[in-house]
Write a protein that binds this ligand. Structure first.
Ligand code: ZN
Length: 282
C-alpha cells in the first residue's frame, strides 16, 4: 500500500468516462444515450426510473447501438423493514432489479442498502446481509453482480445502515460470493480516515466493482440533491482515484451528481462542464 502512487495522473481522454442517467435527470434515456454518445462519453449507468414502461432488452440494444458501455443498473437495496412483509417486498423488488439488469445487459446492480427507523442499525445490517444472501442464487443464475454501496452517515436513519467502506467490505467478505462486491462513491466516503486501506482491501480481493465521482459543496444546502460537479468542493478526487487505480481497478469513472441547481440549467451545457471538470479535476 505504501509503495503505491498516492495521487493519480490527470485524465487525458474520455475512454473511462461514464455518466449516470440521474446526473442529467431532465433527459429521457433515449436523449441521454444520444447526447452522451455525441459528446464522446463512453459509459452509461442506468437508473431504473428511466426504464419504466420500456422494453428493457430493446433499450439495452439501443444503448449499445449508440456505442455506449452499460456500466451498472441503479439501484436495488432498501432491505431493512420492521415487518417481515416489508422485507419480503424488498427482496421481490431486488429480484426484479436483477432481471432488469440481465435484460439490459448491465453487469451489476448497485445496492443502496436501506435502514429502518425504529430498529438498531446492527439489526438493519443483519437484514441487509440476509436480503443479499437470499438474492445470491438468482444473481448467480443471471450472471449479475450485486454492489454494496456504503452511504455517508447522514443517511443512516433511513437510507443505509452501511456507512463505511469497512462495513461494506466486512459484509462482502462474509457473504463470500463472486457475485457480491462494493461500490466506492467519493461523496459518501471522502471523509473516512481508513479509506485508503479499505480501498486497498476491496481492490485486492476483487470486490471493487464501481467508482462514483462528484464533489462535496460547502455549504451543502440539501442533504440529497446538492452534490457538486468535480472541482466545486473539497474532495481530493485525484488522491482517491490514485488509491482506486493502485489496486488495479480499470473500470469507469462514473459521474453521479444529484443537484437541483444543475438539473435546473441547460443539460447540454452541463454535460460539457462535466467533460471539462473530468479532465481538470477528476
Ligand atoms: Zn453512488
Amino acid at each position: 500500500m505504501s509503495d503505491a502512487p498516492t495521487t493519480a495522473a490527470p485524465l487525458t481522454d474520455f475512454s473511462r468516462l461514464c455518466v449516470h442517467t440521474i446526473t442529467t435527470k431532465p433527459w429521457t434515456i433515449e436523449k441521454a444515450a444520444q447526447h452522451f454518445a455525441q459528446a464522446g462519453v463512453k459509459g452509461i449507468t442506468v437508473w431504473r426510473d428511466t426504464l419504466a414502461g420500456k422494453n428493457i432488452r430493446q433499450t439495452g440494444q439501443m444503448l449499445l447501438d449508440e456505442g455506449l458501455s452499460i456500466v451498472s443498473l441503479c439501484r436495488g437495496g432498501f432491505f431493512p423493514h420492521l415487518k417481515e412483509t416489508g422485507r419480503q417486498a424488498a427482496i421481490d423488488d431486488n429480484r426484479r432489479a436483477i432481471d432488469e439488469a440481465a435484460e439490459l445487459g448491465a453487469p451489476h446492480v448497485v445496492l443502496v442498502c436501506g435502514a429502518a427507523v425504529g430498529q438498531p442499525l446492527a439489526e438493519s445490517r443483519k437484514q441487509i446481509r440476509d436480503g443479499i444472501a437470499a438474492l445470491l442464487p438468482q444473481a448467480e443464475a443471471a450472471g449479475v453482480k450485486l454492489a454494496i454501496e456504503p452511504l455517508h452517515p447522514m443517511y443512516a436513519d433511513n437510507r443505509s445502515a452501511v456507512n463505511t467502506l469497512g462495513q461494506a467490505n466486512d459484509m462482502a467478505e462474509e457473504l463470500n460470493s463472486p457475485f457480491v462486491g462494493v461500490a466506492v462513491d467519493v461523496y459518501h466516503l471522502w471523509w473516512d480516515p481508513t479509506l485508503e486501506q479499505e480501498i486497498y482491501r476491496c481492490g485486492k480481493n476483487g470486490h471493487l466493482l464501481a467508482f462514483h465521482i462528484c464533489d462535496w459543496r460547502t455549504p451543502t444546502v440539501d442533504l440529497l440533491n446538492d452534490r457538486g460537479l468535480m472541482g466545486e468542493g473539497c474532495i481530493d478526487l485525484r488522491q482517491i482515484r490514485g488509491w482506486v487505480e493502485a489496486t488495479g481497478f480499470s473500470g469507469f469513472n462514473e459521474v453521479e451528481i444529484f443537484s437541483n441547481r444543475l438539473w435546473a440549467g441547460d443539460q447540454h451545457e452541463f454535460l460539457e462542464n462535466i467533460k471539462k471538470a473530468y479532465l481538470e479535476h477528476s
